[in-house]
Design a protein around this ligand. Structure first.
Ligand code: SUG
Length: 418
């Protein structure tokens, strides 16, 4: 038997990263609409996070940014990047595939009927700029996980049922390599904001992934209305630990009882609203941490956005948490501010895949040397700054295409071109 470990695949932040304000219900995206973005700095922040996690002794992979502008999508709308109206061009140019937590829902081998790791690509069909990600993502995942003895990569569930992937999916288990219970979180209503995950999509993904032990949980309307457009903004799980805000779910108690029944080792850390309000949780993205198991029995760590350290209520709660005798032992703030300003924290930037790293196409696995190489390409080709007003500049569009192609070339992944 090979060793199954959790590998975090981070989406490399693409050269078209900008703040066009495309995500209704995502407060950071709306607040920063029209601001100037810094794609080069953004991508270097993402690479630094990967370096940090490698240094912790964690397995790390990455995904290439998708081809933007998506000319195929624009052609389907009867236009192209030269003639498209501004709002369509912004949708075609979005670098949103950086948030790899929305790429797919992953059910690791120990949870599935045939013992393979199943990945169902998310259709992301609620938001126009994300609805055309799936085809590029499918192509990339079929390459990274082409070993069909270990992996099965599935096409997305059809519309109209919205599916946003691993951001609305958690897994509780005694250890990564043991069978677990998978929790599919869906939304029904979000007050003024859309509920992006439809229960029919969650059920379909659980069938397609052939998961054996499944629970469905409804996100609370209050959480979505406060800006929790994905569940991973108010909850995160790792092995036997669920770290969750008190107001995350519509009906939490039966869920917690079920979880404890199915995985007796379960520990649920509920953060009370009187210590951290939903508003502070969403502003600081405290739950959008990567909750990881450190090597050598060192316990668990939260890899948090630096914004969590800057919020007094949040930091005082966290300091008390790690001072106690609980499973979370260490706090590691990382600077991913460029992504955060579009509503994407450390956990949004990664897709967790529990698998044997040797079964993955090695071109997608990170080492410090490879990250040096990525950083060099980014430093040379990524635009320094983009204001959404500039998006129709053909020179910028050309530079974006060239930058991605240079990265594909450096990584030996030219087959992902176009
Ligand atoms: O889908 N932001 C993304 C952020 C995704 C965060 N992912 C997780 N929670 N896992 C979204 O709302 C902003 C794009 C813009 O406004 O240009 C955006 O798409």
């Amino acid at each position: 038997m090979s060793a199954l470990v959790e590998i975090n695949f981070d989406g490399i932040i693409g050269p078209s990263h900008n703040y066009a304000g495309l995500s209704v219900g995502n407060i950071a995206s709306s607040t920063n609409a029209g601001e100037t973005a810094y794609p080069r700095e953004a991508a270097l922040q993402g690479i630094a996070k990967m370096r940090h996690n490698l240094d912790l002794g964690l397995a790390q992979g990455f995904f290439m940014p998708l081809d933007r502008p998506n000319e195929g999508w624009l052609a389907g709308l009867g236009t192209d990047s030269i003639l498209a109206p501004k709002h369509l061009l912004a949708n075609a140019l979005s670098a949103s595939s950086m948030w790899a937590a929305n790429a797919a829902t992953v059910s690791p081998g120990p949870d599935t009927m045939d013992g393979r790791c199943h990945l169902t690509v998310a259709n992301l069909n609620t938001m126009p700029h994300r609805s055309h990600e799936w085809s590029g993502t499918l192509k990339q995942l079929r390459l990274a996980f082409s070993d069909t003895g270990h992996f099965a990569v599935h096409a997305p569930v059809p519309p109209p049922f919205g599916d946003e992937g691993a951001a609305n999916h958690m897994r509780l288990c005694a250890n990564h390599d043991r069978p677990g219970v998978e929790i599919f979180v869906y939304g029904v209503s979000g007050g003024p904001f859309p509920a992006r995950q439809h229960i029919e999509a969650s059920k379909a993904v659980s069938r397609i992934n052939e998961t054996q032990s499944v629970l469905f949980a409804q996100q609370s309307e209050t959480a979505i209305a406060a800006g929790a457009f994905h569940n991973d903004v108010v909850a995160v799980a790792n092995e036997h630990v669920l770290f969750v805000h008190e107001q995350a779910f519509a009906d939490a108690d039966p869920l917690y009882t079920d979880l404890r029944d199915r995985v007796p080792e379960t520990e649920i850390i509920i953060v009370p609203a009187e210590r951290v309000s939903l508003e502070d949780a969403i502003k600081s993205y405290l739950f959008n941490a990567q909750l990881v198991t450190l090597p050598e029995e060192a316990g668990m760590a939260l890899i948090l956005p630096t914004e969590a350290r800057e919020n007094d209520a949040v930091w005082s709660y966290l300091t008390d948490l790690v001072a106690g005798n609980g499973p979370i032992r260490r706090l590691c703030p990382v600077d991913v501010r460029q992504s955060m300003a579009n509503g994407g924290g450390p956990a949004c930037l990664r897709l967790r895949v529990v698998a044997d790293p040797g079964a993955v196409d090695q071109r997608f696995m990170a080492t410090q040397e490879k990250l040096d190489q990525l950083a060099e390409v980014v430093a040379e080709y990524w635009p320094e700054a983009i204001n959404p007003d500039q998006l129709s500049d053909p020179g910028l569009v050309k530079a974006i295409v060239k930058a991605r192609n240079s990265l594909l070339d450096a990584c030996g992944l030219i087959e992902l071109q176009g």
